[in-house]
Design a protein around this ligand. Structure first.
Ligand code: GLC
Length: 455
């Protein structure tokens, strides 16, 4: 195991974040910042636990991951049914807390978005859970957990919810604003890329986890088909490079019927000014969101990186995304990897899109802030695309600063040089991200965990 003193410090942040229930480690809190006022950062978030789990799997601490997977599955029973609604049985909580951790009456309390700021339902949670279940099964060799009746039933319930027909005209998944890592209003409603990437990874994982029996058969047929249609759709409609930008720029609109070229009726006027000159040859990326009359041209880091990691992009597209990082290093990596969205929205656009959210002013937090927690995905994606050089550069920048800044949650500013105005310190996924990046780059044995996410 590679352990510099900085990595030891990161481990200390992780180990202090572990929470217990009935004497067993079952998760990690989002942040251990003693200066925090009322907040839910002392809860275990499903998405934040994912990188913690990868570290535990790399270190052979499989039990914590197993306990977590079981606990979250059971927590679904706490979901409250709203009057006049059906229960969404496949929904998993955004986070959970242990009440009175050291007493005998300690219990787990889940939040399905019903307590969260803005009351957003976490669409990403169940998808992270299934992807983690596959990594756990492969690395620990324990397939009995995923094959147990309660887990098979749970996977079926999730798939039924996520594959349920609603008002779709495309294979992409439709969600409300703020239903994933960006969990406040940021114009990520509709068909955001991060959700589509996770959906793809989740479907591929579920396909392997579900036993091939009579009950599962109809779902397996749907899953296999949806993987194909989703992949083709994203690779075509979300992909943007200079050729595609030129096509869109010269689109005709108001086409009707089967022969339409501009099927989503995109008006070229929506192309933002900053894109002209932003896409050198041999670069490209997946746009943030696509819908009727709509392309969100902003660059969303997590969606693009997960698309590379899970193989939702072609190899050529992955190479071009990495070339884009190289071409815009100062903007997309900056003084603290990595920019969460580029560019920020400001002025009236900020008013309408965020609801005048002061935490999300331009170049801060979700609106163009820099998040060290994204480093592990960048490292994984860069390695998959054969760009270890870029992964090492981003790692070096993070190592030089993040520990001194006490494992800050996020950074502000165009270049990401300022510790976020309202950032927590000792943010668990900032520390775990650095540990994973270090292991992926310097310990070939750890690559096995990363390969569980490469399809
Ligand atoms: C913020 C982030 C969210 C994260 C949570 C806990 O709400 O937007 O993605 O899960 O903090 O760290």
């Amino acid at each position: 195991m590679i352990h510099s003193s900085i990595i030891n410090e990161a481990y200390a942040v992780l180990n202090e974040a572990i929470i217990h229930h009935n004497g067993q480690a079952i998760g990690t809190v989002a942040a251990r910042d003693k200066t925090l006022s009322a907040s839910n950062y002392n809860e275990c978030f499903i998405r934040d636990f994912f990188p913690s789990a990868l570290v535990f799997l790399m270190d052979g601490r499989h039990d914590i991951v197993r306990n977590f997977l079981q606990a979250v599955l059971q927590l679904r029973s706490q979901q409250q049914q709203m009057e006049g609604h059906e229960l969404a049985e496949g929904l998993m909580p955004a986070s959970f807390a242990v009440t009175a951790e050291n007493s005998e009456t300690a219990s787990l309390v889940a939040d399905f978005g019903d307590r969260a700021i803005g009351r957003v339902a976490p669409v990403d949670s169940a998808m992270w859970w299934i992807i983690l279940l596959r990594s756990y099964s492969i690395i620990s060799g324990d397939t009995s957990l995923a094959h147990s009746e309660s887990f098979q039933h749970g996977i079926r319930q999730i798939l039924k919810l996520y594959l349920k027909e609603s008002f779709e005209t495309s294979p992409a998944m439709l969600v409300p604003d703020g239903s994933c890592m960006i969990d406040r209003r940021m114009g990520v409603n509709g068909h955001p890329l991060e959700i589509q990437s996770l959906f793809y990874g989740m479907l591929l994982s579920a396909k392997e986890l579900l036993l091939n029996n009579d009950i599962n058969q109809p779902l397996l047929v749907m899953v296999r088909k949806r993987v194909q249609t989703l992949r083709s759709y994203i690779r075509l409609y979300y992909w943007l490079d200079i050729e595609r930008l030129n096509e869109i720029h010269r689109y005709n609109s108001e086409e009707f019927g089967w022969d339409a070229v501009n099927v989503l009726n995109i008006n070229p006027e929506i192309i933002p000014e900053w894109l002209d000159g932003w896409l050198p040859n041999d670069t490209g990326y997946m746009v943030g969101n696509v819908g009727p009359g709509k392309i969100d041209f902003r660059f969303f880091t997590l969606g693009n990186l997960l698309a590379i990691l899970f193989g939702l992009t072609t190899d050529a597209q992955a190479t071009k995304i990495m070339n884009l990082y190289e071409a815009h290093w100062d903007k997309l990596i900056g003084q603290m990897p990595l920019k969460i969205i580029y560019p920020a929205v400001r002025g009236d656009e900020w008013v309408f899109m965020t609801g005048s959210d002061p935490k999300n002013v331009a170049w801060s937090y979700h609106n163009g802030g820099n998040w060290p927690s994204l480093l592990w995905t960048f490292t994984g994606a860069a390695l998959r695309a054969g760009r270890e050089d870029l992964a090492r550069s981003a790692f070096d920048i993070t190592m030089a600063r993040l520990p001194q800044d006490s494992w800050a949650e996020y950074y502000d500013g165009k270049a990401g040089s300022l510790i976020g105005r309202r950032a927590n310190l000792n943010q668990t996924w900032s520390a775990t991200s650095l540990i994973i990046a270090n292991r992926l780059l310097d310990d070939p044995d750890s690559l096995a965990v990363f390969e569980t996410m490469v399809f």
